[in-house]
Write a protein that binds this ligand. Structure first.
Ligand SMILES: C[S@@+](CC[C@H](N)C(=O)[O-])C[C@H]1O[C@@H](n2cnc3c(N)ncnc32)[C@H](O)[C@@H]1O
Length: 256
């Protein structure tokens, strides 16, 4: 089975389990967004600065790239944007449809791989919102190239991603508060875990993850043609490494 197919099943399962990244926003979030009071995240906690968005989202074509789960998409739709949510997991996309139906919002959902946006014509969107999700693909550079292609000139890509330093550590020990350097980067569950660890992860349908170099995350956006115009870091309290460094990055990139 390909990683794409495996991770599709894993994220469908995450919806069944009620994972944090699969819980749709409630009616109060939509009501507030309709009044113009809204925020979204690209990383675990820090809201994206309001200045990273156009003054008005009315008529703005927004692509939530690998952003299913009924969170960013419905919020931006209620704020006035024309939203397309693109994701590999049908169950995650169903969360967006659930909110759309509940709230009378129009949201287009499309299933596919973030590295291949051929379903969209060149210059289809004004804004791409890409929350932390490229850790689930082996190569991030095609994602940046495709994002560039489907954006209109002056369009922007707002992306969150994981600091690769997180993957230096033994994750099981890390989950118990112990920081022990174990892995050489770039990391992949498929190549770095011991066979019995990988079997345990896969028996439990945990999504397969990859670290990416900052060369690929940041250099890859520049190589695709973007100009970086904004940046911040974020943390996730409760993670052992968060006491030492912020583990998440967000970039604002413009297609000239
Ligand atoms: C951590 S969730 C991010 C979405 C969530 N709304 C949030 O706020 O963070 C990661 C998402 O990436 C999606 N995903 C994983 N691999 C993908 C791929 N190759 N192409 C498109 N989406 C993918 C998953 O199905 C999941 O919905």
């Amino acid at each position: 089975m390909s990683v794409l197919e495996y991770n599709r099943r894993a994220w469908d399962k995450a919806v069944e389990r009620g994972s944090e990244w699969t819980i749709p926003v409630g009616p109060e979030v939509i009501a507030a967004a309709r009044r113009g009071e809204w925020s979204i995240v690209l990383t675990p906690t820090k809201p994206v600065p309001r200045a990273w968005f156009p003054a008005s989202l009315a008529g703005c074509d927004v692509l939530c790239l690998a952003g299913g789960g009924g969170q960013q998409g419905p919020t931006l739709a209620a704020a006035g944007a024309r939203v397309t949510v693109f994701d590999n997991s049908p169950a995650q996309l169903a969360q967006d449809q659930l909110v759309a139906e509940r709230e009378g919002l129009e949201i287009r959902t499309v299933q596919g791989d973030m590295a291949d946006l051929s379903v969209f014509a060149d210059a289809s969107f004004d804004l791409i919102v890409h929350p932390c999700s490229n850790l689930f693909v082996p190569d991030v550079r095609p994602v940046w190239r495709e994002a560039y292609r489907v954006l209109r000139p002056d369009g922007e890509l707002l992306a969150g991603f994981t600091n690769p330093a997180l993957y230096l550590f033994d994750m099981q020990l890390h989950d118990h508060g112990v920081l022990q350097v174990r892995h050489k980067l770039p990391y992949s569950d498929l190549t770095h875990l011991r066979p019995e660890e990988l079997r345990r992860y896969q028996d439990d349908l945990q999504p397969m993850e990859y670290s990416h170099t900052l060369d690929d995350q940041i250099g890859g956006q520049l190589d695709a043609g973007f100009v970086l115009v904004g940046f911040y870091e974020d943390t996730w309290a409760g993670m052992a490494l968060a006491e030492y460094m912020p583990c998440y990055l967000a970039t604002r990139a413009r297609k000239p």
